[in-house]
Design a protein around this ligand. Structure first.
Ligand code: FE2
Length: 271
C-alpha cells in the first residue's frame, strides 16, 4: 500500500466513523455482546425453508464453480430462487419475529440487502486463511443485521462463524468499536485478540441461528479443516447502504406481494 492510499483509507474510515450515531435502539436484542443466538424451530416456516434449500444444494453443488476471489466457497442461490412465488425464502426472512429482532437493533428503517446460500469446503484451506477467513468488518452500511442459519452441523473443524464481541456501554450505547482502521480490511488474530478477549466460535447443529451486526463487530469464518459448512445468510441495512443496492421486487411480482411490510422492505424506490 502506498503512503497516499494509506492516508486516504485512514481519512475515509475516520470520516465514516465520525458520522456514525453511537446510539443503538433501546431494548436491543443484540445487547450486550452484539449477537443473538436462536434455533430455526423458534421461527415460522423453518421446515419449508430447509426443504427448499436442501434441494438447491443437492441439485446444484456438483458442477458449481467457486465464487470469484473465494476459492473455498460456492454460492448457490439465484434471484429466481428468492423471488419465485413458490419460494419460502422471503416469507421466512421477512416474518414478524425476524423483523422484531431487526428493528430492535437498526436505528433506521430496514431493507433487505442480500440473501445467500454458501457451501464452504475444506479442500482448499491447506494454505491457511484468505479473505473473510480473517477478521474484518463488513462495509455494507453504518449498521446492519445479518442472520446466519446453519444447514449442516458445524463443529470447530467445519469453520464456524466467529465473532469478536461488541461492547455496549449500556443497552442504548454501542462503544468500543476500533476507530481509524480501514473498516473492510482483513486483520490478523493477534492484532485483535488477547488472552482475556477472544472471538466466540459459533459451533452448532443444523438449524442453529446467529444474528449479529457485522458492520460493527469484527468477524470471520474460522478456517475449515474437514467437510462442508452449509450456510444460509441474509442481511438488512438502510435504504441507501454503502455497498450494493437493496433488494427490489421484480416488476412481474410486484402486484402479487400482498404483505405491506414486505413491500416496504423490498422497495422499488431504492434511491
Ligand atoms: Fe463479513
Amino acid at each position: 500500500m502506498t503512503i497516499k492510499s494509506f492516508v486516504t483509507n485512514k481519512l475515509h474510515s475516520i470520516e465514516r466513523f465520525a458520522t456514525l450515531p453511537l446510539v443503538a435502539q433501546p431494548k436491543n436484542l443484540l445487547y450486550p455482546n452484539g449477537y443473538h443466538t436462536s434455533r430455526l424451530e423458534e421461527f415460522w416456516g423453518g421446515e419449508a425453508l430447509l426443504a427448499f434449500l436442501d434441494n438447491v444444494v443437492a441439485t446444484r453443488f456438483e458442477g458449481s464453480q467457486p465464487l470469484p476471489g473465494y476459492p473455498f466457497r460456492r454460492s448457490l442461490l439465484t434471484d429466481q430462487d428468492i423471488f419465485d412465488p413458490a419460494s419460502p425464502i422471503l416469507q421466512f426472512c421477512l416474518q414478524e419475529a425476524i423483523l422484531k429482532l431487526v428493528k430492535s437493533h437498526l436505528p433506521f428503517e430496514p431493507f433487505l440487502r442480500s440473501v445467500e446460500l454458501w457451501v464452504d469446503t475444506a479442500e482448499v484451506s491447506q494454505n491457511g486463511p484468505i479473505e473473510t477467513q480473517y477478521y474484518h468488518l463488513d462495509g455494507d452500511d453504518s449498521y446492519n443485521l445479518k442472520c446466519f442459519l446453519y444447514l449442516s452441523d458445524v463443529t470447530l473443524e467445519h469453520g464456524p462463524f466467529t465473532f469478536f464481541p461488541v461492547h455496549y456501554k449500556s443497552a442504548t450505547s454501542l462503544i468500543g468499536r476500533p476507530r481509524g482502521i480501514n473498516n473492510t480490511s482483513r486483520i490478523k488474530d493477534n492484532s485483535l485478540e488477547s488472552p482475556e478477549k477472544k472471538g466466540v466460535h459459533f459451533v452448532g447443529t443444523r438449524g442453529s441461528l446467529i444474528f449479529a451486526d457485522t458492520c460493527w463487530g469484527y468477524h470471520k469464518g474460522l478456517l475449515p479443516r474437514v467437510g462442508r459448512r452449509i450456510l444460509f445468510t441474509f442481511q438488512f441495512t438502510s435504504k441507501n447502504p454503502y455497498w450494493g443496492p437493496v433488494m427490489v421486487i421484480p416488476d412481474q411480482l410486484r402486484d402479487s406481494v400482498k404483505q405491506k411490510e414486505m413491500k416496504q422492505i423490498l422497495t422499488k424506490k431504492n434511491k
